[in-house]
Structures are given as C-alpha cells and as structure tokens.
Design a protein around this ligand. Structure first.
Ligand SMILES: Nc1nc2c(c(=O)[nH]1)N[C@H]1C(S)=C(S)[C@@H](COP(=O)(O)OP(=O)(O)OC[C@H]3O[C@@H](n4cnc5c(=O)[nH]c(N)nc54)[C@H](O)[C@@H]3O)O[C@H]1N2
Ligand SMILES: Nc1nc2c(c(=O)[nH]1)N[C@H]1C(S)=C(S)[C@@H](COP(=O)(O)OP(=O)(O)OC[C@H]3O[C@@H](n4cnc5c(=O)[nH]c(N)nc54)[C@H](O)[C@@H]3O)O[C@H]1N2
Ligand SMILES: [Mo]
Length: 773
C-alpha cells in the first residue's frame, strides 16, 4: 500500500476470511516494504525454532515445527516493521512538530523506522539529534530531581520482551516506584483480576493441544479473522471433526463465519470454504453476563429434572464437591434471577439462550475463549467470573479439551506481567526481588493507566517514560490524555515508529529509537535472543533476522539499562554486564520468578517450554485453596448512572473496534476488507432502521457526542454513517478515531479498564469537514 488517496467505498464483502483476499493484501505490503526478498526470507522464520516471534498477536503455535506459521496480519506486521524507509534527523529537520501534528496517524507511522535519538527543541519546534549519553543524562537528571519516585509514570506496551520488561521493573523498583501503567490495563486486565479471584491464576488454563480435544469451543467477544487469524485453523479443524464452534458477537464477523485456508491450493482454486461457526448469537453490548447466567440457569433446571427422573446429573458433582466453594450461593442467585431480566439484558431470546445452553450441555469438553468484547465493559470482571462459574458447574477446567482461554492481544503482554510489569505486584514477587537484589522495594501500590493520566493531569506526575506503544492515542478521552502528557516536565518514548505520542509532549521530550523483533540484536558478546510468553503460557526465544537499518538504534534492554545506569549507577546490578549477554538477565529471572528454573537450558528446546498453570492441574492458588463460584449480582441497568444523570437519553450504544488494516493505533491502510469498507476510517456502523429513526440517511456525515454527567463535552465530527448488519440500538466505530468519546471515568468495576465497548452516544447531522487524524 502506498500512501495514495483512495476513494472511500463501502460494499458488503462476500468472500471467505483468509484466502485470495489475504494473499493479495499481503503482496501489497511486501512490495511496499522496499525490501521484499529479505522480508520473505525473514517471514519464513516467523515463529520457527531459531527464528523470531511474530510481533503480531499473542496466539500460540502448534508445537510441530516445519510448516509455515504466519498469517496475513502477521506478514503485515513484519513488513511494516522491516521497512527501509527512515525517519531520521533529515526528516525531523524537514517537519516541525506542529506540522507533524497535522498529519494522520496513518501518515506518521508510514514514514518509516526511527533511526536515531532525538530531543525536542522548543525554540525551533523541531526534534534535533541528541547523543545517547546526553539523552540518558537528561532522563536521570529529571528523575533524580523529583520529590518522590512516584512522580514518574513508567508505561509498557505488550511487545517488550521478557528481558526488557524484567530490567525495566528492576530499574523502576530500585528507583522506588510501582507506577507501571501498561497496555494490559486497557486490554485483558479484567481477565487477570477475575481469574485470579476465581481460580487463583490470572491466565488462560488451556494449551494448543486442548483445541484438538474439545467438543465445543465458545468464542465470546472476539474477532479472530482479523486479530488472531492463526486461531482460525484450530477452529476450522474442530468443525471438521464435528466439534461445535459457538460464537457470541453482535457483529457477524466474517472470520467467524467462513474461512479459506491460504495454504490449501485446492480450496483456494475451487473457492471452497469452510463454514466456521455452528451457532451464532448476537447479544446486546455488555449482555454476555446475562446470557451466560441464563445458560447456567437452564443447566440448573435440567440438572434438577435429571435427578428427579433418576438420570445422570448434569453438573459434575464430584468436581464441585472436591474443588469448589460457593456453589450454594451461586445456585441461589440463579434461582433468584428472573428469565425476563436475563432475556432483556442479554438481548437474546429465551429460545436462543436455551439453544446456547443445550450446545454447552451436549459437549463433554468445552473451551471458552474471549477477548475485548468481554473485557472492555463496566461489568467485565463479573462476566468473566460467570464464564468460570459455568465451566465449574460441569468440571470444564483442568482436564484435556476443556478450560478457560482469554486470548491475549500484544505478542508479549502476558510475559510482561509475568516479569513484574504490574502496578499491584504480589507480596511474594516483591519479597523475591528484595531478597535477591538486597534493596528495599516499594510496597505502595502504583498507578494503572487511568490513575497515571489523572496523576499527570493533576500535576502530581511529572515524568512519563513509554517502553513502546502509543499512549496518547491508545488511552481514552484523548484531549484529556493529551493534556496529561503535555503537563509533564519530560516525556520519553522508546519506539520503533513515529506516532502521535512523539508529538504530544512535555516541556522536554525524547525519542529513543529501538530495535524490533525482526532486527538482529548485536551486543558485546554476540547477537542476542530475547524471550516471550504466548497466550498458552509457552515461553520461547526470538532471534532477530535482519540487519538493523541504523547503527544508532539500540535494543530495548540496552536502552532500559542505559537509563538505569545513568539514574542509579551500578545499583542494584552491573547493567552493562547484563546487556553484553542476555542469558545473564535470564539467570536473574530464574532466581526470582517461579517456573523459570534452568531458563537458559530449557530455552534450547524447540518450541520453548510450558510455564505451567496451577488451575489447569486443579491446584487452586486462591486464599481458600478452592475454585470459587462468584455470585455477582446482575447490574440493575447496563446504562451507568453517570449517563442517566447527564439528563439526555442516548441514541445508540457504541463499541470501538479494530479494522482489518490496523494493529491497534498503527494504521496499515484505510480498508476493512471483511466489513466491506475501503479508503476510509471515520465511519459509524449503524442499523438502517436506527439511522432512519434518527431522521438521518445512510452515507450522511454525522457528529457524535458521548454522554456522561461531568459537564465535559466529548465529540468527534464528520463520521460517515454506514447502514450495517448490526443489532438495533448498537453502533460501532474504529479505535483510535473514536477514543475522544470514551470518558476517562468510564471504566470496569474492579479492573479500571476503559469501557471501549460501551459508550452512550448521540448523533447529529454534521456541519464539519471530514478531517482524518
Ligand atoms: N491484526 C491485528 N491483530 C491484533 C490487533 C490489531 O489491532 N490488529 N490487536 C491485538 C490486541 S492488543 C488485542 S487486545 C486483540 C484484540 O482482539 P479482539 O478482541 O478481537 O478486537 P476488537 O476489534 O476490539 O474486537 C472485539 C470483538 O468483540 C465484539 N464485541 C464488542 N462488544 C461485545 C459484547 O458486548 N459482547 C460480545 N459477545 N461481543 C462484543 C465486537 O463485535 C468484535 O468482534 O487483538 C490483537 N491482535
Ligand atoms: N477505544 C479503544 N481504545 C483502546 C482499545 C479499544 O479496543 N478501543 N484497545 C486497547 C488495547 S486492547 C490495547 S492493547 C491498547 C494498545 O496500546 P499500545 O500498546 O500503547 O499501542 P500500540 O498501538 O500497540 O503501539 C504502537 C506503537 O508501538 C511502537 N512499537 C511497535 N513495535 C515496537 C517494539 O517492538 N518496541 C517498542 N519499544 N515499540 C514498538 C511503535 O512506535 C508504534 O507506533 O489500546 C487500548 N485502547
Ligand atoms: Mo490489547
């Protein structure tokens, strides 16, 4: 894709997911990288032993090596990173920061790789080159001048390797803070919180092999065709061997309906495609808690009927008795829930709910998968605990082919948490760090993303350091998070590509260019590997394959070590020695984090090693050493009181989601193939009946305003209305364009995750010119 103007178009897509469309799209990105042959060689090393871990999603791999293990969107991610285009000193001399701010997110990242450290110069409004030493000194000066270490925020995005993340947390804790806002706070935080309370481990319990043994795979609030394309293969295989794939999604996402295998020539040529889902339910936004509860209520009814007739129990009574706590309260809650309330809140008919329950009951081994459609809601923790409740009733946890599968986003977001990127670390973790490194670790809870934004807005936090990511665009309430960053004394971005966070800056600002997954990481003792953890708790090594574009780029661990050494000196470790050979970092990890003993040796094993999961072994690391049924009340109303108190009634409830041509805030192109959208991103998907009810027309431009009772106006303008197959009362728009609408205070109970999938909005015919930023 070159950055040409494409005429906006919209025409529903009739093809299957993957297949020819995917092949065409990949070829574009390949050629556009300016080094197609090198990248092809690199691509063949994706997710292979001795190759690199795909910088795309966190889906795991089949343990068998040999066959090709990348997908269309993984190929896009690789070609996007491994481009020959450079954003160097000459680029920053050409454009002032104000000029760059006028460009779209798409344009900014498209310009290429950041190749040398830069410091903002307010007088000229340009970034100017700075030496690495001066950059590190500047950071150290700012940090050491703070009144308290808690006046700095240390953000992490989920691509950082285990080695980088471990050093980062060690440095920040030695500096004296637990302020670790991270992308996980906006992503699967609710899964970690809910699973931790329910079953004692905040991670998925299944591995790749479980998908081969499952009788039913439920996919809730996830769009794997775009966001985890490699997951389509096990789903397809499951359907082929007669297992059920049951989807809960308000949108009929193409990847969940039909899938074509790009490596099966016959299927491609004959246009044959596998119908993927065997049942598709379209709940209300945020309606999954009620839907899951209704399924459990049906199971309870059938269980009682079976016992009355002397038939085998529906529940796994032995499992419940031996392993769980709280079942009585939970069953009482099911009895107390009215069918009417469950139907109303789920947005599904009683027949549908019964059908879903029946599919669930008929399967002996069930895996439930979920992603952002579940986690980015007000009641996400309760919803995930309801997933667990359902699974506990039938003992669908800790046996082959059954379990819990929160499908993670960023390729190492799970590993970063394991390494201690956590604003609320466990006492055991802090004790281990304290004992190993002999310094007093901070015990005070740190800031998550929402708290970090508030601290910067209040002027409490003065330094922001971002280890990857795009804080300015990924966070909610964009104008406020932009103000938050701009109130800092210093903002530092450790990045591969230019984005809006480099233009949303404090008084002092630095850009520190780092190596990506595909780059060879040369250090004193030779090229280094890093490690990552996937959604199935598999740890494996990643070796960059391509010569870095510039000698001035540094690896993430080296940058973190450079900042640490300038700030703390040789305390608490010899930072340079660790960087010369990362196996020394892994030895420290092995000393302090459970499950990593003999880390360096076990890494040699093809496919890596499994970290283990106590819940999968039916060992419960909860306070009462049981798996807990959690009897969370159904919310009285899905609409939060702050919306009701705004005095206005919403026209629609909006979810913000990803197009096929983006990776979070990275926009690869302006198309969303499976939803039929071309050349545009400022669109609002809505039901045609709703469009007409509101006195508007499909194709018309509208302004969107969100409702909250704090008097702040939250608005985006010039969105094109697209009549779409979406349930009445709902709307969808792309993230990050719609982020200004998400109130900072609108977050999930117990998770602090912004409710990106539940925003109450009003629509108005637009006066504004469309402007894509
Ligand atoms: N190519 C590509 N891959 C990616 C990413 C990317 O941007 N691009 N991002 C990565 C990251 S960080 C993440 S977290 C994952 C995200 O992966 P997904 O969670 O698949 O991402 P979203 O686009 O947010 O899609 C959410 C899905 O949930 C549905 N949904 C919304 N609300 C509800 C609801 O209330 N109930 C139900 N049942 N469904 C609902 C939406 O219709 C949509 O299909 O993907 C990762 N992989
Ligand atoms: N409204 C709304 N908001 C959301 C979401 C939503 O669904 N709706 N989703 C949320 C979710 S799930 C997530 S995970 C967050 C994502 O939030 P982030 O992780 O902060 O955002 P990304 O867009 O993934 O970050 C992209 C940038 O990362 C840098 N980068 C890429 N690769 C590397 C690397 O290897 N190293 C380093 N150091 N930098 C690198 C590049 O400079 C690139 O511009 O957004 C959240 N925000
Ligand atoms: Mo994510």
């Amino acid at each position: 894709m070159s950055l040409q103007e494409i005429k906006p178009r919209y025409k529903p897509y009739s093809g299957a997911a993957a297949g020819w469309g995917a092949l065409r799209s990949v070829t574009h990105f390949w050629l556009d990288s300016k080094q197609p042959f090198k990248n092809l060689r690199a691509l063949l090393k994706t997710n292979q032993h001795g190759g690199f871990d795909c910088p795309g999603c966190a889906w795991g791999d089949s343990p068998e090596d040999g066959h090709i293990k990348f997908c269309e969107n993984g190929a896009k991610a690789v070609n996007w990173e491994a481009t020959k285009r450079r954003v160097d000193a000459a680029f920053f001399a050409r454009y002032s920061v104000s000029q760059l701010r006028e460009q779209s997110d798409y344009w900014l990242e498209y310009q290429g790789r950041l190749t040398e450290p830069m410091r903002y110069d307010a007088t000229s409004d340009h970034y100017l080159p700075v030496s690495w030493d001066d950059a590190f000194k500047l950071i150290a000066q700012h940090l050491n001048n703070l009144e308290s270490p808690n006046q700095a925020e240390f953000y992490t995005s989920g691509r950082a390797s285990n080695e980088a993340a471990y050093l980062y947390q060690l440095f920040v804790r030695a500096f004296g803070s637990n302020n670790f806002p991270d992308c996980s706070n906006m992503c699967h935080e609710a899964s970690g919180v809910a699973l931790g309370q329910s079953v004692g481990v905040g991670k998925g319990s299944v591995t790749f092999a479980d998908f081969e043994h499952s009788d039913a795979i439920f996919v809730l609030g996830q769009n794997p065709g775009t966001n985890h394309p490699r997951m389509l293969e096990p789903l397809r295989e499951a359907v082929q061997r007669g297992a059920q794939v049951v989807c809960f999604n308000p949108l009929k996402e193409r990847g969940l309906e039909r899938f074509q295998h790009p490596q099966h020539a016959l299927e491609m040529l004959t246009n044959g495609s596998e119908p993927l889902n065997t049942a598709f339910f379209r709940p209300a936004l945020g309606g999954d808690l009620a839907a899951l509860r209704a399924m459990a209520k049906f199971l309870l009814q059938w269980h009682r009927e079976a016992l009355a007739k002397g038939e085998p129990a529906v529940f796994d009574l032995a499992f419940i008795a031996e392993h769980t706590d709280g079942v009585d309260d939970y069953l009482a809650l099911l009895d107390a829930s009215s069918w009417d309330s469950l139907v109303e809140q789920s947005g599904l008919s009683l027949d549908d709910l019964q059908h879903a329950a029946l599919l669930y009951r008929r399967a002996e081994r069930v895996i439930i998968c979920w992603a952002m459609g579940i986690t980015q809601h007000h009641n996400s923790v309760a919803t995930i605990q309801e997933i667990v409740n359902l699974q506990l009733l039938r003992g669908n946890l800790g046996r082959p082919g059954a379990g819990l599968c929160p499908v993670r986003g960023h390729s190492n977001v799970q590993g970063d948490r394991t390494m201690g990127i956590n604003e609320r670390p466990s006492t055991a973790f802090l004790d281990a760090i304290e004992q190993r490194f002999k310094f007093q670790v901070p015990r005070q809870q740190g800031h998550n993303t929402v708290e970090a934004i508030n601290a910067m807005l209040d002027g409490q936090a003065k330094v922001f350091i971002g280890l990857g990511g795009n804080f300015a665009q990924a966070t909610p309430d964009s104008p406020r998070s932009h103000t938050a960053l701009s109130r800092c004394a210093l903002t530092v971005q450790i990045s591969t590509k230019l984005n809006r966070s480099h233009l949303t800056i404090g008084t002092d600002a630095l850009i520190l260019p780092c190596l990506g997954r595909t780059d060879i990481d040369h250090q004193a003792d030779g090229p280094q590997a890093v490690t990552v953890e996937d959604s199935f708790s598999m740890i494996h090594a990643s070796y960059g394959q391509l010569e870095p574009l510039s000698k001035q780029m540094r690896s993430e661990p080296a940058i973190v070590a450079g900042i640490a050494k300038a700030t703390l000196g040789e305390r608490p470790v010899d930072w340079d020695a660790l960087i010369a050979d990362y196996s020394r970092i892994r030895m420290l990890i092995a000393d302090t984090i459970p499950g990593f003993s003999d880390f360096n040796q076990r890494l040699q094993h093809p496919g890596g090693f499994y970290l283990g999961n106590a819940a999968a072994e039916r060992r419960w690391l909860t306070a009462n050493q049981k798996a807990n049924f959690k009897a969370n009340p159904l919310p009285a109303d899905l609409l939060p009181p702050q919306v009701r108190n705004s005095g206005q009634t919403p026209d629609l409830i909006l979810q913000t989601l990803r197009s096929h041509d983006q990776y979070n805030t990275t926009i690869y192109g302006l198309d969303d193939r499976y939803r039929g959208v071309k050349g545009q991103r400022q669109v609002l998907f809505a039901n045609e009946a709703d469009i007409l009810r509101l006195g508007l027309q499909p194709g018309q431009k509208v302004d969107l305003e969100s409702l909250w009772d704090d008097g702040i106006e939250r608005k985006v303008t010039g969105f094109t209305l697209l009549a779409f197959d979406i349930p009445a009362g709902q709307a969808a728009a792309y993230y990050p364009e719609a982020n200004p609408l998400v109130p900072l205070e609108s977050y999930g109970t117990g998770s602090f995750t912004p409710t990106s999938k539940y925003v109450a909005i009003r629509l108005q015919a637009s006066q504004a010119e469309t402007r894509i930023l």
